[in-house]
Design a protein around this ligand. Structure first.
Ligand SMILES: Cc1cc2nc3c(=O)[nH]c(=O)nc-3n(C[C@H](O)[C@H](O)[C@H](O)COP(=O)(O)OP(=O)(O)OC[C@H]3O[C@@H](n4cnc5c(N)ncnc54)[C@H](O)[C@@H]3O)c2cc1C
Length: 336
């Protein structure tokens, strides 16, 4: 498969449903490409509740969210699909490739990616990190401003300012203790943190030891630096006092928001405002060779759960493969 070569199945979104679809399509010997707007796979589970436990996925009486999606990724990526992370799918158009009718997929970063079929597993839409309301904030990305902590080593001996009041912010104020240069400044706009009490207590203990500097109720108002982040101006919002904190890494952990975005404009029939209508028998949308599964797929009585999305992914992948091969839909067992 070349850089933009035609694949049998493109999967839009790498949450639990997309990873399940990748498994089922790969299992049927289909060539697969996955396109995901985040720099990570795992969908809502990784983005919003990696530390929580999930109790209702078949076969797992209790499993931590991140562990579950790590296993989904191991299973879904075993046939080595082409995975494009950090690209938001924006367009879908019919196209021709060597006389064959295909679909052409455009993203905000690349493409066109040609495919014989598409399975949309976009959940509630593309996830984007919530950003500080500072003009020109995007210019600091890759220059000291981070929205996730992927590798701790990136922050080795850095002076870090972490912004946020939830579990991620507290987890990393604690988790970077052995990596970043102390104290790690923790900025939150309210006095009360939303994070687990035990994490907050631990951070307050570290504050007494000079290893964490808790700044509340405070907001970052300006970023300074000659090319890279060198300092931030912080406002204490109850007194309007402004002060400067030197830092070489600004980590804003303010959660994510999602939007169906361009998908809603492709002419697919919708079910309400946030879902694409599918025929639950086949998971096909109103467009030929375009399927949907998981939270984004709607029909009367739909239940948005991981297990349901995985089941729909199996239906969608098997139907997509059958449609492009002109075969009857039939299951192929995985046992050997
Ligand atoms: C706090 C919380 C707790 C939950 N607990 C449970 C539970 O206990 N049990 C349960 O079964 N369910 C639970 N759920 C629901 C469950 O997480 C969802 O049903 C599941 O994640 C849906 O999977 P999905 O793959 O369909 O979509 P998602 O997980 O939303 O993944 C969709 C992916 O598609 C990507 N994407 C979207 N649009 C684009 C685009 N245009 N281009 C590229 N990528 C795109 C997104 O970035 C995202 O990564 C919970 C949800 C929340 C928020």
């Amino acid at each position: 498969m070349s850089e933009n070569g035609v694949v049998d199945v493109t999967i839009l979104g790498a949450g639990p449903s997309g990873l399940a679809a990748a498994y089922y399509a790969g299992h049927r010997d289909a060539t697969v490409r996955i396109i995901e707007s985040l720099e990570q796979v795992g969908g809502q589970v990784s983005a919003t509740y990696p530390e929580k436990h999930v109790y209702d996925v078949a076969g797992y009486p209790k499993v931590q969210g991140q562990k579950l999606v790590d296993l989904c990724a191991e299973q879904g990526l075993q046939f080595e699909p082409d995975v494009r992370l950090g690209e938001e799918v924006t367009s879908l158009e019919p196209a021709q490739s060597d006389g064959e009718e295909v679909l052409s997929i455009g993203t905000d970063k690349g493409g066109p990616y040609l495919t014989r079929s598409l399975i949309i597993t976009a959940g509630h839409g593309a996830f984007e990190p919530r950003k500080l309301g500072i003009e020109g904030i995007d210019d600091w990305e890759g220059r000291g401003l981070h929205y996730v902590v992927r590798e701790k080593s990136v922050f080795k001996d850095k002076n870090c300012v972490i912004v946020g009041g939830g579990d991620s912010a507290l987890d990393w104020a604690l988790g970077l203790q052995d990596t970043a240069s102390p104290p790690i400044a923790l900025v939150h706009r309210r006095d009360r943190f939303r994070a687990l009490e035990s994490s907050v207590n631990e951070a307050r203990k570290l504050e007494e030891e000079g290893r964490v500097r808790i700044l509340t109720p405070c907001e970052v108002r300006e970023i300074h630096g000659d090319g890279n982040v060198e300092a931030v101006t912080i406002e204490k919002v109850d007194t309007n006092e402004m002060f400067r904190v030197d830092c070489t890494a600004l980590i804003t952990l303010l959660g994510f928001h999602s939007h169906l975005g361009a998908i809603a404009e492709w002419g697919l029939e919708l079910e309400g405002k946030r879902q694409i209508r599918i025929d639950p028998m086949t998971c096909r949308t109103s467009m030929e060779r375009v399927y949907a599964a998981g939270d984004v797929a709607g029909y009367p009585g739909k239940i948005t759960l991981i297990t349901i999305g995985m089941g729909e992914a199996a239906i969608a992948a098997n139907n997509a493969v059958a449609e492009i091969r002109g075969e009857k839909v039939q299951p192929k067992y995985s046992t050997d």
